[in-house]
Design a protein around this ligand. Sequence first.
Ligand SMILES: Nc1ncnc2c1ncn2[C@@H]1O[C@H](COP(=O)(O)OP(=O)(O)O)[C@@H](O)[C@H]1O
Ligand SMILES: [Mg+2]
Length: 334
Amino acid sequence: MKILVLFDIAYRIAAAAGTFSPQALKEEEDKPTEADVLACLQRLGHEVETLAIFDDVLCMVEKLKNFAPEVVFNLTESFHSSRAHEPNIPALLELMRVKYTGARPDGLMLCKDKALAKKVLAYHRVRVPHFVISTELRPLKRLRRFIYPAFVKPVGEESSDGIAKASFAKSEEEALERARFIHEKFHCDALIEEYIEGRELYLSVMGNRKLSVFPPREIFFHDVPEDMPKFATFKAKWDDTYRKKWGIQNGPANELPAGVQEKLARLARKVYRVLKITGFGRVDVRLTQAGEVVVIEANPNPALDCEGDFAQAAGAAGLPYDVLIQKILDTAGA
Ligand SMILES: Nc1ncnc2c1ncn2[C@@H]1O[C@H](COP(=O)(O)OP(=O)(O)O)[C@@H](O)[C@H]1O
Ligand SMILES: [Mg+2]
């Protein structure tokens, strides 16, 4: 097949920059998903080209016309360095009637606004953390009957941007201060949520009509002291030295109480459908000591690097990486 691997890049780039190599993507651009997907598509024998976009829509339109790919492997997450534009890329592909992998504009729009996603889930009786929204325009001044600790995060960021130790707030004052910080730094609304203590599990789902759910993954905080809150800050996700220091690792989930894995799979399917995710997605939940499952967030188009949770979960379900990537291509809709 003729495939265009489309991704975003953090600087202005000429459309004529040519095709990136997997090695350059991994080593120079720090883009493991793009590198692994590209190398895989080449191994599978497809005719592949890449296009890196920053702020130029015309170059994308031209490339699509000139190269005329059968499918776009859509790995974009932002445009003009803004994540708010993520849904607009597949929207443009829809207008041009080009087939592409992964989430559609509506699924992205729903999930990227974490407050809206939670309202929709709550309507469908899915347990989510209780929350209030502090808007950038009218920041909250009081929280009234909120129960602490609270967890404060940007409403529309990803990859733990804006998640640090200070996201965990033990009082009204700490929560409001963190919300103010988010308004100033990210220029967006802040979610002030009920903090959910518990094991953090990642549920990978693939498909459109018929869905597969892969075995759960878990994040472990082996060397974080017992009495410290454990959650995936930016450093805990991306800083290898920090991860090593605190024994933070992602791996197959430890043993789960009887019946919980089936319950998680049903929940993951429901969340995926309710939030209109297509292609592939990852639902992040917390499992409390009391056995309650609480949905933290749903991720359309999660990372697809070989070492990442999605690919590893697929592997555990008996799908080698190349089979997984081909299946994702096969789920691409027009
Ligand atoms: N309500 C919450 N209670 C406990 N931990 C949370 C809560 N919300 C988020 N977290 C922690 O913060 C991390 C990042 O939050 P998340 O909403 O998934 O944002 P991102 O899109 O940046 O991944 C989660 O993986 C989890 O560890
Ligand atoms: Mg997350």
